[in-house]
Design a protein around this ligand. Structure first.
Ligand SMILES: *Cc1c(COP(=O)(O)O)cnc(C)c1O
Length: 346
C-alpha cells in the first residue's frame, strides 16, 4: 500500500484535556474547541471521546460544523458557534440545538427575530478586532440582551501564546470592565489563556490546539503520528543529485529512500529539507525538494532498509514541522488532508 498512515491517539487527546482541566479550579468548566473538523482529526470522533471523558461544552466555528458534533455527543452537551447567527442559520441552529455566540447588533436582531426563544451567547471584542461586539455597541444593547439570559459572554485573546505580552493584561482589563458584576457566565481563555493563570479562567476555559498536542501547551502529549511507506530505495554516488531542480547533491555514496507522501498530504513544500523522518528513534534527513506525492530521505546511516519512516512521532511534533515551514502547528494539523489511512486508537 502506497499511502501513509495517520494515527490519532484519542487517549492522548483525553489526557491533554484532563491536564488542561487541572490548570483551572474545579469550579471552572473546561470546554473543548472542535472547529475545522476537530483541527483536522475528525470532529465526531474527537467530540465523542471528549464527551465520554466528561466534556459538556463544545465550540465550532460555523453552525454546519455543529451537526456532526451533535450526532456524536447526543442531546446533553452544549454546542456553541463562534461565528454566531448568520443569515439562513436558523434552521440548523434550531434543528441541532446549537448556541450561536452573537457577534454584532445585526446578529442579535436576527436572532431575536427568527429564534426568539432559542439560547444564545455573546461575543465581545476586547482588542483583537476580529469578532465580537465593540464596547459601545455592547453598552447600548446590554440591558436588552441580559433580560434574555444569555448562556455565556466570551472574548478572545490575540497574544495569549506570549505570556509576557502586554496585550493579555489589556484585554483582561477590558473584558472585566465590560462584564464585571453581570449575572452571566464568562469565558476568555483558549489554550494560551488557560496557561496564563487563574485570572484568565472566569467560568469556562475553551482550549483547542492544546488538546491536539500543539503549542503553546508544551506539556501536551502527541496525538498525531504519521508513518509513510518507503516505495523504493536506491544507491547514489557522490556527486549525484536527488529530486526536482537538483537542490541536493550527495557528498558521499548514499542510500536514498523515496517515501509515499508529499505536499498534497499537507507536508508542505515550504518545509524544505531542514527536516527529518524517523526510523524509531533514529533520524534521517530529507533530501531534495518535497514533491506532490513523494519525499526523498537519506537512510545511509540505518543498518537495515526501513519499510516506513515517521514524519510525526514522539520525537517530531506538529510544531517542529511547522517551524520548518515557517508556519504554526494549527496549520499543519488542519492541512494533513484526505489521502491518509486514518487509524484511531485509545
Ligand atoms: C480557535 C479558538 C479557540 C481555541 O484556540 P486554541 O488556541 O486552539 O486553544 C478558542 N476561542 C476562539 C474564539 C477561537 O477562535
Amino acid at each position: 500500500m502506497a499511502t501513509a498512515t495517520l494515527t490519532i491517539d484519542l487517549n492522548a487527546l483525553t489526557k491533554n484535556w484532563q491536564a488542561l482541566n487541572m490548570e483551572s479550579a474545579a469550579s471552572v468548566e473546561t470546554a473543548a474547541v472542535v472547529k475545522a473538523n476537530g483541527y483536522g482529526l475528525d470532529a465526531a470522533r474527537v467530540s465523542k471521546a471528549l464527551f465520554e471523558e466528561g466534556v459538556r461544552t463544545f465550540f465550532v466555528a460555523a453552525a454546519e460544523e455543529g451537526i456532526a458534533v451533535r450526532a456524536a455527543v447526543g442531546g446533553e452537551a452544549a454546542i456553541n458557534v463562534f461565528s454566531g447567527h448568520m443569515a439562513g442559520d436558523f434552521e440548523v441552529l434550531a434543528k441541532h440545538n446549537l448556541i450561536p455566540m452573537l457577534n454584532s447588533t445585526d446578529q442579535i436582531e436576527r436572532h431575536f427575530n427568527t429564534l426568539p426563544d432559542h439560547p444564545f451567547g455573546i461575543q465581545l471584542d476586547t482588542g483583537m478586532n476580529r469578532l465580537g461586539l465593540e464596547a459601545d455597541d455592547w453598552l447600548a444593547v446590554r440591558a436588552n440582551v441580559l433580560a434574555k439570559s444569555p448562556t455565556l459572554v466570551m472574548s478572545h485573546l490575540a497574544c495569549a501564546d506570549e505570556p509576557i505580552h502586554p496585550m493579555n493584561a489589556q484585554q483582561l482589563a477590558e473584558f472585566r470592565k465590560l462584564t464585571d458584576g453581570l449575572e452571566i457566565r464568562r469565558s476568555l481563555a483558549a489554550t494560551g489563556g488557560t496557561l496564563l493563570g487563574s485570572a484568565y479562567h472566569f467560568d469556562m476555559t475553551r482550549p483547542g490546539v492544546g488538546l491536539y498536542g500543539g503549542f503553546p501547551f508544551e506539556a501536551s502529549r502527541a496525538v498525531v503520528t504519521v508513518d509513510i511507506p518507503v516505495i523504493q530505495a536506491r544507491q547514489v554516488d557522490a556527486g549525484e543529485t536527488v529530486g526536482y531542480s537538483n537542490t541536493w547533491t550527495a557528498e558521499r555514496p548514499s542510500t536514498i529512500a523515496t517515501v509515499a507522501a508529499g505536499y498534497a498530504d499537507g507536508l508542505i513544500r515550504a518545509m524544505g529539507s531542514d527536516l527529518y523522518l524517523w526510523d524509531g528513534a533514529q533520524k534521517c534527513r530529507v533530501v531534495g525538494r518535497i514533491s506532490m506525492d513523494m519525499i526523498g530521505v537519506d537512510v545511509t546511516d540505518l543498518d537495515t532498509a526501513p519499510e516506513s519512516l515517521a514524519i510525526l512521532n514522539q520525537n517530531q511534533t506538529v510544531d517542529m514541522l511547522a517551524d520548518a515551514a515557517g508556519t504554526i502547528g494549527y496549520e499543519i494539523l488542519t492541512s494533513l488532508g484526505g489521502r491518509y489511512k486514518r487509524v484511531y486508537k485509545g
